[in-house]
Design a protein around this ligand. Structure first.
Ligand code: TRP
Ligand code: SF4
Length: 407
């Protein structure tokens, strides 16, 4: 677990493109991580429906179904609307306004050199990815993050470069617009408001950092600011920025929180993915699940029941690693190598475990399916909450950029 860097809020933000019903790969990769995070941080999770359009603008008719299916699966898996704010990107227009404002200060070359830009164009030859929207994909993602001033962004490996771009854009923004007239005097005034003891401590720690590069002093000073409850946002930004010798920090730099790469492979041993047709979806019919697991390939060396095998060469073994205990795995390892057990026998505990895991999820999904209004209301509430937070940041951004002349 990454520590929250001082000066950042312990706010987590993550988005998922609406791909429809989720499968075990999503569950073990992303969702279980969200379930943990929602108990530890203030979390914002959203459906990145605009991002879906950057690559699939010609298939927008399926969006609606994909969005509600995905949100239903989040909820069924245990994402808790009382613990996390769940919303739709396209219902929080502030993301778009921030995107357009950030686009003014983002050099084209920064976007062109994001690895996913050229990689995806090379990999998805059948798609038109030569649009303005697709080039801007990572910057839109940056706006998603910065509009909530999120400190932590759980993402997979492939998205780390996008968080890195977001950090660069935030730095550039703060550098350009955090320099207000009379900044030093305002910062000094803000120090005065900390109270006698804290003012003195702040000054000492700032000096230790600026003059002697004392990182620990910086962290302590940031922690001191975190503890101040009665500071205005403007003063807060000034004092965080003043510690580092610069201007105000209006958009704090987020950290990527790398989601451990999923241990959950597909039925054929490759990554579980819809495009490989090797998935078990969370709402898959139990009989179908059983059939899929029973027919999934095993170590090709085991042609006959009497042929010994090697679990390391078998995708079923990967399922055992996720689903069964040490004792069962010993039984598998021994039984496979000695041809003591058959493959169907070996699969039995996996089948039982997958079905047991999905049972409560499927029950909740069925309940939500009978009551679509509940899902809509949860999202509507989440959108409202998200809009409030986003509007606050946007008002600051507008003012900082010289657009504060009218509400
Ligand atoms: N691009 C992300 C993905 O494909 C989805 C996403 C959009 C996102 N905006 C985000 C993730 C902001 C984290 C933060 O998975
Ligand atoms: Fe795979 Fe189990 Fe068959 Fe061995 S016994 S090949 S681990 S399914």
């Amino acid at each position: 677990m990454n520590a929250v860097l001082p000066g950042q809020t312990a706010r987590v933000l993550s988005g998922m493109r609406p791909t429809g019903r989720l499968h075990l790969g999503h569950y073990h990769g992303v969702l279980k991580n969200w379930l943990k995070l929602q108990n530890e941080y203030e979390c914002f999770f959203f459906v990145a429906d605009w991002h879906a359009l950057t690559t699939h603008y010609d298939e927008s008719q399926v969006l609606q179904e994909h969005v509600w299916d995905m949100v239903t699966d989040w909820l069924a898996a245990g994402v808790d609307p009382n613990n996390a704010t769940l919303f739709l990107q396209s219902r929080v227009p502030a993301h778009a306004e921030l995107h357009v404002l950030l686009s003014m200060i983002t050099p084209l070359s920064w976007l062109e050199r994001v690895p996913s830009y050229k990689d995806q164009q090379a990999q998805m030859k059948e798609r038109d990815l030569s649009t303005y929207g697709f080039l801007g994909y990572p910057l839109l993602q940056g706006a998603d993050i910065l509009i909530y001033r999120a400190g932590l962004v759980p993402v997979g490996e492939d998205q780390v470069a996008h968080v890195e771009l977001t950090r660069e854009v935030a730095r550039r923004f703060n550098h350009l617009y955090g320099r207000e007239p009379g900044y030093e005097a305002l910062a000094e005034e803000a120090i005065g408001k900390l109270g006698k003891k804290n003012s003195k401590l702040y000054r000492e720690l700032r000096e230790a950092h600026l003059e002697r590069g004392d990182k620990e002093a910086l962290a302590r000073a940031q922690a001191l600011l975190e503890r101040q409850k009665n500071m205005t946002l403007g003063d807060r930004e000034r004092l965080f920025g003043y510690l580092e010798g610069g201007g105000r920090i209006i958009l704090p730099q987020p950290e990527a929180l790398l989601t451990p790469s999923p241990k959950m492979p597909g039925l054929d041993g490759r990554k579980m993915s819809k495009s490989y047709n090797n998935t078990i979806s969370l709402r898959e019919d139990p009989l179908e699940i059983e059939k899929k697991l029973k027919t999934m390939p095993t170590d090709p060396a085991r042609v006959r029941r009497s042929d010994p095998g090697n679990p390391e060469k078998c995708p079923v073994w990967e399922f055992h690693k996720v689903y069964t205990d040490d004792k069962t795995r010993q039984w598998v390892d021994q039984g496979c190598r000695s041809a003591g057990i058959g493959c169907l026998e070996c699969k039995r505990p996996v089948i039982e475990a997958v079905l047991a895991e999905l049972k409560p999820i499927q029950e909740r999904a069925a309940e939500l399916g009978r009551d679509p209004l509940t899902v809509r209301n949860i999202i509507e509430d989440g959108c409202k909450r998200a809009r409030d937070v986003a509007e606050e940041t946007l008002a600051e951004v507008r003012t900082a950029m010289g657009l504060g002349y009218s509400s």
